[in-house]
Design a protein. Structure first.
Length: 321
């Protein structure tokens, strides 16, 4: 049975009809205003009406970048959209106005993780941890075949696991969070710091950024490293090591079968994942006496939110008969 997945971003929504096999059959987009939740509800309803002219479905999953209640009905807080204890599932259902639809809300990182688990590299695993490494570090935990949402719905905020006491300040108000070391922002911070010294070894990286150290971005580091630049390789290695070190701590708690790494940094491939694997192994507890969880690249790309939200909504519909 088809289901619909909605990826709700800060300034646009992407809505897709997803088949049982995780393939997107049709997709449409609408611009939205993050400060006006009602406009987002209306945009979703409009997109759903367009898709329902051609496809039959009874389940809609909404992937939302925010803290989602464990009953999957409300967004309690979102950093980039004006949702404050907002009954998103109910509002969207009302805007669509069909009584044969099941609408559920999922955290966007959880939805993306579920897509990789159901249809991506973890499809044969029973447990996995997804690490989404973009500006920050998001995650999803799937244990014994089930998404771990936590008691309030706030589980898997793994980027805020503390790895360095009194370390770099974090947007969450604390210091030393994992995402301050294992994220695209951390990579850029360290690259700019190294380049600001204007040493001979920073010359290649500065050249990749067009001559101005203050404009360095993640892809510049990846490009420099791919060209064999020593500093670029060192920066990616360091990022990878932080990924592996944190993953080893997660394995001590959750013992996943594998890690799936998504987000922008995946473009650097084994230049990051290689050091991540090495650091993971050397920091693992009971090292040598437990399986080594593979650390692999995600495969669902930007469609993961749509596909995962649709798949999770479909499960819910089936469970309710
Ligand atoms: Zn934090």
């Amino acid at each position: 049975m088809h289901a619909v997945g909605v990826d709700i971003g800060g300034t646009k929504i992407a809505v897709g009809v997803v088949g049982d096999d995780g393939k997107i059959l049709a997709k449409t987009r609408r611009p939205t205003h993050p400060e006006d939740p009602a406009s987002i509800d209306a945009a979703i309803a409009d997109a759903v009406a367009e898709l329902s002219s051609e496809y039959e479905f009874h389940a809609i999953g909404l992937a939302a970048a925010g803290f989602v209640s464990s009953d999957r009905e409300r967004v309690l807080f979102a950093p980039n959209i004006a949702w404050r204890d907002y009954p998103l599932a109910q509002k969207v259902a009302e805007a669509i106005g069909r009584d044969d639809l099941c609408v559920v809300v999922e955290n966007d990182a959880n939805a993306a993780g579920w897509a990789e688990f159901a249809y991506g590299p973890a499809r044969d695993a029973s447990s996995m941890i997804m690490l989404t490494i973009g500006t920050g570090l998001g995650g999803a935990i799937i244990s014994d075949g089930a998404l771990v949402r936590g008691s309030a719905g706030f589980a898997a905020e793994i980027g805020h696991m503390r790895v360095v006491p009194e370390g770099h300040p974090c947007g969450c108000g604390h210091r030393g969070c994992w995402e301050q070391y294992a994220s695209g922002s951390a990579l850029v911070r360290e690259a700019k710091r190294a380049a600001s010294e204007r040493s001979v070894r920073a010359a290649g990286l500065i050249r990749c950024a067009g001559g101005d150290p203050s404009t360095i971005k993640g892809p510049h580091v990846t490009k420099a490293a791919a060209d064999g630049d020593e500093l670029g390789i060192e920066l990616l290695t360091e990022l990878g090591q932080w990924i592996g070190t944190g993953a080893a701590s997660l394995s001590a708690v959750l013992d996943p079968e594998m890690y799936v790494v998504g987000g922008g940094v995946v473009a650097a491939g084994d230049m990051i994942l290689g050091p991540a694997r090495d650091a993971y192994v050397s920091n693992l507890s009971a090292r040598g006496h437990r399986p080594i969880a593979p650390i692999v690249a995600a495969s669902m790309g930007n469609d993961a939110g749509i596909v995962g939200a649709a798949a999770l909504a479909r499960i819910d519909t089936n469970a309710n008969g």
